[in-house]
Write a protein that binds this ligand. Structure first.
Ligand code: KIV
Ligand code: ZN
Length: 512
């Protein structure tokens, strides 16, 4: 007898809370579609009441996703809950996720509420939510550091009010596996109506144990839902990583004896999409999705794998969506071949006009780069979604001069609200000069807090993918740009970050 482990993805909510990881509505929609292809059970699409932008994102995702449940976070108050329910109205299957802190520290210092007030609010908020929607999840924030007796009282009451999923967050990543597993077990044993709810784990990675803690919650505690994010994206050290949880449970079915609904071949495409969209590069030695995860460098290992794959491999690369890094298209490829490749890569374009625009950019790239890899196409379409948005700033062309012993100089032509402008500047290097040239005109005053370059497909012929993180008035955004010329990629990344700074409105921060 096996039972199912529910995969609840919170890349678009808890993942997005990571400084710089904020995404536009179109980016979120693209990722939500990929999560649906991955067949995650629940997509937490955002925190609808936190801003009008988040409300729109949740609503748009709820309108297009049919196979996964779409969820919105809400604080445990009527206004947040009503707003979340409104955003979720178009969903085929919607879920309200209410949270309220229950640890003594959070109740006293953050909420300034007594335990009795928290108890009442938790109960009444679930009652209110239950009248709006059938599927209610409740999270006692900082649950793992809460007093056991008090937590049992609160959770028993919210289950009685109709919460069908109880999620126990280790909000600050303080747990260790055995203790966290036993914590969930104790809750389930002590709460009389615990069998009326599905138990869920939500672990942060501050001590590097989010995955281990979540697995202990499942194995020891009997939890049947794991909350996680693609690439472990999330605030501070991140959340529990979806790809690691899924592949651990699948590869060690002998131990966990659980079924999953996930299409694991969509894991690597999802990882790439999230990384390219947010600019959070995946470390090469990251389990499952890192570039080296299936690379065997030592001669002994290579020899072993050639003779019998399972000598050194416990998973198959193709099962998690690594395709051979083959040349897929070149400058002679036609529109149909390009369209087919997009489909094979799981990229859905909204309209023929979008495909035409992406194809024109593909042709432009193919003129400059003879071998076009899957990674190039994914980078191109993720840029396309930015360019398509009628953004404030768009790159046009760049000229720069650099020579040993001379100070580099750059001229950059870009559009501001559709009108071409020219920025010029010198700088410490060609990249510095180009970004200063843009800034000389844009005058954003933003501070650059990160600049990184990554070769999309490994060699010097590859496109460079640049991430620029800008900070302005307390807001942090990442811009990503790609091009065979890394100076141009840098300029595109800078303009993309400026666009994000422009479009993001302030929002209420969700917790943990
Ligand atoms: O970490 C946390 O406590 C959270 C809750 C809002 C579920 O993300
Ligand atoms: Zn969290």
């Amino acid at each position: 007898m096996t039972d199912k482990l529910i995969i609840f993805d919170t890349t678009l909510r808890d993942g997005e809370q990571s400084p710089g990881a904020s995404m536009t509505r179109d980016e979120k929609l693209r990722i939500a579609r990929q999560l649906e292809r991955l067949k995650v059970d629940v997509i937490e699409a955002g925190f609808a009441a936190s801003s009008n932008g988040d409300f729109d994102c949740v609503k748009s995702i709820a309108s297009v996703i049919k196979d996964s449940t779409v969820c919105s976070l809400a604080r445990a108050n009527d206004r947040d809950i009503a707003r979340a329910a409104e955003a979720l109205a178009p969903a085929a299957n919607g879920r309200l996720h209410l949270f309220l802190a229950t640890s003594a520290l959070h109740m006293e210092k953050k909420l300034r509420m007594t335990p009795e007030q928290v108890f009442e609010q938790a109960k009444l908020s679930v009652r209110f939510a239950r009248n709006l929607m059938g599927d209610i999840e409740f999270s006692p924030e900082d649950g793992y550091r809460s007093d056991m007796d008090f937590l049992c009282r609160v959770l028993e009451a919210v289950i009685a009010e109709g919460a069908s999923t109880i999620n126990v967050p280790d909000t600050v990543g303080y747990a260790v596996p055995e203790l966290y597993g036993n914590f969930i077990k104790t809750l389930r044993e002590r709460i009389p109506n615990s069998d009326k709810a599905i138990w869920s784990v939500h672990c942060h990675n501050d001590l590097g144990m989010a995955v281990a803690n979540s697995l202990a919650g499942v194995k020891i505690g009997g939890a049947r839902q794991v909350e996680c994010t693609i690439n472990g994206l999330g605030e501070r050290a991140g959340n529990c990583s979806l790809e690691e949880i899924v592949m651990a449970v699948k590869t060690r079915k002998d131990y966990f004896n659980l079924d999953l609904g996930i299409d694991t071949r969509q894991i690597v495409p999802a990882s790439r999409m999230v990384s390219q969209t947010t600019g959070f590069v995946v470390q090469p030695n990251k389990a499952v999705v890192g570039a080296n995860a299936f690379a065997h460098a030592s001669g002994i290992h290579q020899d072993g794998v050639l003779k019998a794959r399972d000598t050194y491999e416990i998973m198959r690369a193709e099962d998690v969506g690594w395709s051979a890094n083959k040349i897929v298209l070149g400058k002679l490829s036609g529109r149909n071949a390009f369209k087919q490749r997009l489909q094979d890569l799981g990229v859905e374009m909204q309209s023929e006009a979008d495909i035409n625009a992406a194809f024109a950019r593909f042709k432009e790239l193919a003129d400059r780069k003879s071998e076009i890899f899957d990674e190039d196409i994914l980078a191109l379409v993720s840029e396309e979604s930015v360019v398509n948005d009628n953004e404030q700033y768009a790159f046009v062309s760049l000229k720069q001069h650099s020579e040993t012993g001379e100070r580099p100089f750059a001229s950059v032509v870009f559009t501001v609200a559709g009108k071409e402008v020219l920025g010029e500047s010198d700088g410490n290097g060609p990249v510095d000069a180009s970004l200063k040239a843009i800034e000389s005109h844009a005058k954003s005053g933003a501070e650059m807090v990160l600049y990184s370059v990554n070769a999309i497909s490994g060699s010097t012929e590859s496109q460079g993918e640049v991430t620029v993180r800008l900070q302005n008035s307390g807001r942090v955004v990442n811009g990503v740009g790609s091009d065979p010329d890394i100076v141009v990629a840098s300029a595109k990344a800078y303009l993309s970050a400026l666009n994000k700074l422009q479009s993001k409105s302030d929002r209420v921060a969700a917790q943990g």
